[in-house]
Write a protein that binds this ligand. Structure first.
Ligand SMILES: [Zn+2]
Length: 694
C-alpha cells in the first residue's frame, strides 16, 4: 500500500459497523493508521451529542441529561477499548506513537465535558432535587456518581482554575504514557542469553523449555533467553545455581526505568507528583492522597496507613526470621557470603523443599495451562451455572488468542471470554482484564466482550505450557475480574461490571483465587500432563500447607510498595525538584525494609501508579480487598461447602452481578450480614501467630 494512501470510511474497519460474530471488530483488517481517523470522528460525534444535551432548552430531567450522557459516546468507547487492548497486548511502533499523541487529546476531550458549566448546571440541579425525582435506586446512584465525578474533575471551580486543571491533566496523560513506554522499552531491550550448559545450571526442564521459547521468539533459535517478564525472571532467580547470573538479571529487572538513559523515569515521576499535588490542592484537598482516597471505601490516608501498619509489623518480623534461616542454610552448604536480594528466591526454594517438602519443578507437570483454564470454568459453573464453549469463528488480534462463548444456567448468551495467555515482545508485562464492550441495558440488552491478558512463558512448539502455582493463581485472579464483567447485570454503563470503587475492585478477583487452592479443585484438575494422573495426595497436602511459606517476603515486598505509594502522594506542596531516588531510600530506611528484599515495584517502574493514575495512592487496594476476600471466602467454609448454593447466590447478586450499583459497604453487608475485620487476612497469610508473639 502506498505511503500517501489516505484510508476512507469504506476502508476503515473501525468506522464500519462491527458485523462480525457477536459484534467483535475485524481485527485482521485494523491497521494502526485507522485509529487517527476513528478517534477524530469519535471525538467530534461525542462533542456534538454532549453539546445537544448541555444546550437542550427543555428543563433538565434524568432522562434528557444523565441517561442521555450515558447513551452518548458509543463510537468513542468502542474505539478506546480496541485501541487500549492493542496498545497493551499487541503493540508496535506505530501504535506507540499514536498512544503518545492520543493521551493529551483524550484528557482534553474529557476535561472539556467535565468542566462544561452548562452541563454541570443541569447535573447539579438534578442532584439538588434528587429526593423529589422518583428515581430507582440504580438511577439515584448513577446521578450521585455523575455529580461527584464532575465535582472531582473541577466542574464547580472558576474558569481560570479549570483551565489550569485541564493543562495539568493533559500533561499528566502524556507523562503517564511516556512512563509506561519507557518501562516497555527497557523490558524489550534486555535479554539474558544463556549460551552454554554451565549457564543453565540448576534450571529444571520447564524453565529451560520456556527459555527456549523466548529465545526462538527473539531470533536465537536453539539457545535460551531469560527476559524481564516476571514469569521468566522469577523462576530463573528461584532455580539458577549461577549466583553471578542471578545478580546480573536481578539488577536489570529492578533497574527498569532507572537506568539513567533515555528511558529513565525519575524526572517524569518528579513532574507527575508535583502536578498531582497541585491538582489536588486546586480541588480543595491537602494532598493527592487525600483527594484520591476520598472516593474509595477506605476514605482517608489514615485508614489506609492503619491497615498497612497492622500487616507490616508481623510481615517484617516473619521476613527477618526467614532471612536468618536462609543465611543459615547457605552457610550450612559451605558458602560464606551474606544473603543478597538475588539469593532470596534461590535459597527460599531450597528452604521450602526442606520445610514443606514441596518442589516447584515436581508440581509444574500437574499444572498444565489447558487444565487450569478448565478448572476456572468448572468453578464458575459450580458457583454460578456458567458454561464455556470454544469459538473459532471470532476475529482475534493474535493467533494465540482463544475465545469462548459464555452461557448461563438457562442457556442464555452472557458474553464472550477472550484468553490471551502467552508472553511476547509486543505485549506489556503483567496480567490484566479488560473489555471490548461492557454489559448494559440502556442502549439495548448489550452483552460484554471480556478479555484476560497474561504473560505465561510459552513452551516451544509441540510442548504443553506448564504453569507455576503462582501463574495458576494469576489465571484465577484475572478470571475473577472477567466474571465481574461477564455476570454484570445493571442498566447503566457508568456502574457496569468492574466500574467500581478501586478498593472494591480486587474483591471478585482475589476471592476467586481461593477456589484454586482447594483440594476439591486441585484433585480434579491438577493432573500430570503426560499421564493424566492426579497430583499425588501427599504432594497436594504439602502444596496446600506450603501456601503460607515465604509470606513474609511476599507481604513485605507488597506492603513496602503500598507504603511508598501512599507516602509519595502525601507530599504537602508541589515540588518540581522532588528527588524520587532519595525519597525511596529514606522511606525504606524509615519503615525498616530488610536489606535483602526489594519492593515488589520500585517507583521507576511502578506502572500501577505512574502509567496513568489507576492505582496512584491506591496500591493498598489489593490488601484492602484481601481483608474482604479472606472474610468472604470464610462464608463458604462456615457453610461447610465451597460451592454452597445459598452463599453463591448472595455472592452473585451482591458482588459479581452488582457492579457499582450500590456503596461497597452496603453490598458487602448484603452479602455477609456485616463488615469484615482483618483477622482472617492475617491468618490466611500465616502472620496471625507472628502478630501474637509481638
Ligand atoms: Zn486484579
Amino acid at each position: 500500500m502506498p505511503q500517501d494512501f489516505a484510508p476512507g470510511a469504506d476502508d476503515n474497519p473501525l468506522l464500519q459497523e462491527w458485523a462480525g460474530p457477536f459484534g467483535v471488530p475485524a481485527f485482521g483488517r485494523i491497521r494502526p493508521d485507522h485509529f487517527r481517523e476513528a478517534f477524530a470522528r469519535a471525538f467530534a460525534a461525542h462533542n456534538a451529542e454532549v453539546a445537544a444535551i448541555a444546550g437542550d432548552i427543555a428543563a433538565p430531567s434524568f432522562a434528557n441529561t444523565i441517561a442521555a450522557l450515558e447513551a452518548s459516546g458509543e463510537a468513542l468507547t468502542r474505539t478506546v477499548d480496541v485501541f487500549n487492548l492493542l496498545a497493551g497486548a499487541h503493540t508496535n511502533d506505530a501504535i506507540l506513537a499514536i498512544e503518545r499523541e492520543l493521551a493529551p487529546l483524550k484528557a482534553k476531550h474529557w476535561d472539556a465535558i467535565l468542566m462544561d458549566a452548562a452541563l454541570f448546571g443541569r447535573i447539579d440541579g438534578l442532584y439538588r432535587t434528587r429526593d423529589r425525582l422518583a428515581l430507582s435506586a440504580e438511577e439515584r446512584r448513577v446521578l450521585e456518581r455523575y455529580h461527584l465525578k464532575f465535582v472531582r474533575a473541577g466542574a464547580a471551580l472558576d474558569p481560570a482554575t479549570k483551565a489550569r486543571l485541564a493543562d495539568i491533566n493533559a500533561r499528566l496523560a502524556t507523562l503517564g504514557t511516556i512512563f509506561s513506554q519507557n518501562v516497555l522499552a527497557d523490558e524489550q531491550g534486555y535479554a539474558l542469553l544463556l549460551e552454554s550448559e554451565e549457564d543453565l545450571a540448576g534450571l529444571p526442564d520447564f524453565v529451560r523449555a520456556a527459555a527456549r521459547g523466548a529465545a526462538e521468539e527473539r531470533g536465537h533459535a536453539g539457545k535460551h533467553v531469560i527476559t524481564l517478564s516476571r514469569s521468566s525472571v522469577e523462576p530463573f532467580l528461584q532455580f539458577s545455581a549461577r549466583r553471578d547470573l542471578r545478580e546480573k538479571i536481578f539488577r536489570a529487572w529492578t533497574a527498569r526505568g532507572d537506568g539513567g538513559g533515555a528511558t529513565d523515569n525519575k524526572a517524569i515521576i518528579a513532574e507527575m507528583v508535583a502536578l498531582r499535588t497541585e491538582r489536588a490542592r486546586l480541588l480543595g484537598y491537602d494532598t493527592f492522597a487525600h483527594y484520591r482516597l476520598d472516593d474509595t471505601m477506605a476514605k482517608t490516608p489514615a485508614a489506609v496507613r492503619s491497615l498497612l501498619d497492622q500487616v507490616w509489623a508481623p510481615a517484617r518480623r516473619r521476613a527477618l526470621a526467614d532471612r536468618d534461616a536462609l543465611q543459615a542454610l547457605l552457610q550450612a552448604e559451605g558458602q560464606n557470603f551474606a544473603l543478597a536480594p538475588w539469593d532470596w528466591r534461590y535459597y527460599g526454594e531450597k528452604l521450602r523443599k526442606l520445610r514443606c517438602d514441596v518442589d516447584e519443578a515436581a508440581i509444574k507437570p500437574y499444572l498444565e495451562l489447558g487444565r487450569i483454564i478448565e478448572a476456572a470454568f468448572y468453578t464458575a459453573n459450580r458457583l454460578f451455572g456458567l458454561t464455556f464453549a470454544p469459538r473459532d469463528d471470532v476475529p482475534v488480534w493474535h493467533a494465540d488468542v482463544r475465545v469462548w462463548e459464555v452461557r448461563d444456567q438457562a442457556g442464555r448468551h452472557r458474553g464472550l471470554f477472550f484468553g490471551d495467555y502467552f508472553a511476547r515482545a509486543s505485549k506489556h508485562s503483567g496480567a490484566w482484564m479488560t473489555t471490548l464492550r461492557d454489559q448494559e441495558k440502556l442502549r439495548g440488552d448489550i452483552r460484554p466482550l471480556v478479555v484476560n491478558v497474561m504473560n505465561f512463558s510459552k513452551a516451544s512448539a509441540g510442548e504443553p505450557t506448564l504453569l507455576s502455582f503462582d501463574d495458576a493463581k494469576t489465571l484465577f485472579h484475572e478470571f475473577g475480574h472477567a466474571l465481574h464483567g461477564l455476570l454484570s447485570d445493571v442498566t447503566f454503563p457508568l456502574i457496569a461490571g468492574t466500574s467500581v470503587l478501586l478498593d472494591w475492585s480486587e474483591l471478585p478477583s482475589q476471592l476467586y483465587e481461593h477456589w484454586l487452592e482447594r483440594p476439591e479443585i486441585l484433585r480434579r484438575f491438577a493432573r500430570h500432563y503426560r499421564t493424566g494422573e492426579p497430583i499425588p495426595e501427599d504432594q497436594l497436602r504439602r502444596l496446600v500447607a506450603a501456601r503460607n511459606f515465604n509470606q513474609g517476603q511476599a507481604t513485605v515486598e507488597y506492603v513496602a510498595s503500598a507504603l511508598i505509594d501512599l507516602d509519595i502522594h502525601l507530599q504537602p506542596g508541589p515540588n518540581a525538584a522532588f528527588d524520587i531516588g532519595g525519597f525511596e531510600q529514606a522511606a525504606l530506611t524509615r519503615i525498616g525494609m530488610p536489606a535483602e528484599l526489594v519492593m515488589r515495584h520500585r517507583p521507576a517502574h511502578f506502572q500501577h501508579v505512574f502509567a496513568g493514575a489507576g492505582y496512584a495512592a491506591a496500591y493498598y487496594s489489593y490488601l484492602w480487598s484481601e481483608v474482604l476476600d479472606a472474610d468472604a471466602f470464610a462464608a463458604f467454609e462456615e457453610a461447610g461447602d465451597i460451592f454452597d448454593s445459598g452463599t453463591a447466590k448472595k455472592l452473585h447478586d451482591h458482588v459479581y452481578a452488582a457492579g457499582g450499583s450500590r456503596d461497597p459497604a452496603e453490598l458487602y453487608t448484603a452479602f455477609r450480614g456485616r463488615l469484615p475485620t482483618a483477622d482472617k487476612l492475617l491468618k490466611r497469610r500465616g502472620l496471625a501467630d507472628v502478630s501474637a508473639q509481638a
